[in-house]
Design a binder for this molecule. Structure first.
Ligand code: ZN
Length: 265
């Protein structure tokens, strides 16, 4: 008999010894893991284990954070630090998980100096030096085109060198000027496309700011890499160097395999 408790025996946060078949099961809930080469899985799992050891999970609004959520969040966060290492997430510990979207109270001052207060519904939030806030969707209701875990943890990488500006800490072999140039050009082009009313496959929320552009394109790098590579090849290449993986090659292999199956080749 298949029992959830048995499967996760030993997967407690203070001793996250997780069996390979449990990781496989968690990965099977994440369709974009198809694009991740098999040989990278052991490193990803080791990084996820490090993340589980160093972070604290909290449920909000009555949500009971279970092992499946913790393992899934840690594994997705690990994808972004395949090259950088789990230390990139140091300086904060909390991961707060909400059942679905939630609101964050905001206040803005208008030109007349009047402060307006309102509640903004969000799917996630990353606080500099503080926790990551995430909404949790069970796999059957999870949207395909966005990924709140990748998004918020990308913000965390961006904030690691102070402020969210779309410029994360880069390994020394990535040219800073090339990064600035490629991202600012792509951001400008993307904003023009959104302003002209084009329905972009990449979430138009990316046009909000360079920080959101980096976070949304990091999602796209894992969720729709062929599309991202076709639209913004230089940005795709730099993200590939930062994240240490060629997701478009992974997706291309899947597309080719499906084509052969459909055509009996
Ligand atoms: Zn964001």
């Amino acid at each position: 008999m298949f029992r959830f408790q048995d499967l996760f025996r030993g997967a407690r946060q203070d001793d996250p010894m997780v069996e390979a078949d449990v990781w496989s099961w968690i990965e099977s809930d994440l369709p974009f893991f198809e694009f991740v080469p098999e040989e990278l899985r052991p490193r990803l799992r080791a990084l996820a284990t490090e993340i589980l050891r160093s972070k604290e999970f909290h449920g909000a609004h009555g949500l009971q954070v279970d092992e499946r959520m913790m393992l899934s969040i840690a594994l997705q966060a690990a994808l972004l630090v395949l090259r950088l290492g789990a230390d990139s997430y140091q300086g904060w510990v909390g991961i707060v998980v909400y059942p679905g979207d939630f609101v964050i109270p905001r206040s803005v001052m208008d030109e007349d100096g009047i402060v307006h207060e309102y509640d903004e519904p969000v799917l996630g939030e990353a606080w500099e030096g503080g926790p990551v806030l995430l909404s949790w969707f069970p796999p059957e209701t999870r949207p395909d085109e966005l990924n709140v875990v990748l998004h918020e943890f990308a913000h965390k990488l961006d904030m690691a060198n102070g402020g969210a500006d779309g410029f994360p800490v880069l390994p020394s072999d990535i040219d800073r000027a090339a990064w600035r140039d490629a991202f600012s050009q792509a951001f400008k082009s993307f904003c023009q496309r959104v302003d002209s009313g084009e329905e972009t496959a990449i979430d138009p929320y990316a046009a909000q700011s360079p920080a959101e552009f980096f976070a949304v394109l990091s999602e796209a790098f894992f969720l729709m890499p062929l599309r991202l590579r076709a639209e913004y090849p230089r940005v795709y290449g730099l993200l590939g160097e930062l994240y240490g993986i060629d997701t478009a090659e992974g997706e291309a292999a899947i597309v080719a395999r499906r084509w052969r199956m459909d055509h009996g080749a």
